[in-house]
Design a protein around this ligand. Structure first.
Ligand SMILES: Nc1ncnc2c1ncn2[C@@H]1O[C@H](COP(=O)(O)OP(=O)(O)OP(=O)(O)O)[C@@H](O)[C@H]1O
Length: 263
């Protein structure tokens, strides 16, 4: 297995400069006998404008990896380079402020950037248009469906004008149909804005539906086990045979890893 891993890392390192370049990243939480090694030597070159999905067993360090790229936590060893700041993040929970309107939530991100009031309003309107929420600017989050709340969260993330978008299971709590619609929207926005997306998911089919590449991490400590290039035409359907076929291959590898770890 380590041979594959090293081959993947070497091939990755040989690619042209990335928007995000991780080199031998190690992350350990705590010290002494109770320390937890979450990531152990992760190397990955994420090309500008690419869509990379991360999959792996629960607890393998996917969220840790995103928070390190976001600069929210310190590395124990290794390096992360070329990340243009700020990066935008999106989570499974929309984390909107309930007392603010939809527009107010998006405008807040612009306010933090020092954008003036009149321009904030205009830009928030345009962003809500981008995520197809025009007409909902004055609603409060509790008046929206889960999918609509995630659209607002996406608009708020886009308001930061970041070129790197980090997404931690953003559609994990949505029903299948809403999730499929949001896949289409995200794919469109990713292309229009030439974003670099790092997307964590438990859903391997979702990873194949969206990603240019799917990175499979080992069980804890997380290491890159394999990188799958997804050479399927877009737009893809999550229930199409080619998506299901590659997803089955990755799922088999993931199952093998989980049972190897359990054994
Ligand atoms: N702040 C922390 N302090 C101590 N241990 C932590 C901390 N954050 C994460 N861990 C541990 O690091 C490991 C990786 O956690 P992480 O949340 O990154 O995994 P994950 O792959 O995102 O998990 P899941 O798929 O279940 O969301 C886990 O064992 C977790 O318990």
């Amino acid at each position: 297995m380590s041979l594959i891993r090293h081959a993947v890392a070497a091939e990755d390192a040989a690619r042209t400069p990335g928007a995000v370049v991780l080199t031998d990243v190690v992350k350990r939480y705590g010290r002494g006998p109770g320390a937890v090694t979450a990531l152990d030597g992760v190397s990955l070159n994420v090309a500008p404008g690419s869509f990379t999905c991360l999959v792996g067993a629960s607890g393998c360090g996917k969220s840790t990896l995103l928070s390190l790229v976001a600069g929210l936590d310190d590395l124990t060893a290794g390096s992360i380079d070329n990340v243009e700041r700020p990066v935008a993040m999106m989570f499974q929970e929309s984390a909107l402020f309930p007392w603010l309107t939809v527009s107010g939530n998006v405008e807040l991100a612009l306010r933090v950037k020092g954008v003036g009031r009149a321009e904030r309003r205009l830009r928030a309107e345009a962003l809500l248009d981008t995520v197809r929420l025009n007409g909902f600017a004055h609603k409060r989050p509790h008046e929206l469906s889960g999918g609509m709340r995630q659209r607002v969260a996406l608009a708020r993330a886009l308001a930061q004008d970041a070129s790197v978008l980090l997404m931690d299971e953003p559609f994990g709590a949505l029903d299948a149909m809403t999730r499929d619609l949001l896949h289409d929207e995200l794919e469109r926005i990713w292309r229009e804005r030439e974003l670099t997306v790092l997307f964590v998911t438990h859903n391997v089919r979702e990873a194949v539906r969206l990603g240019d590449r799917v990175v499979l991490l080992s069980s804890r400590p997380g290491r890159v086990l394999n990188v799958y290039d997804v050479a399927l035409d877009r737009p893809r359907r999550i229930d199409s045979a080619p998506v299901a076929g590659l997803a089955a291959e990755i799922t088999d590898a993931l199952r093998e890893e989980v049972s190897r770890h359990a054994g």
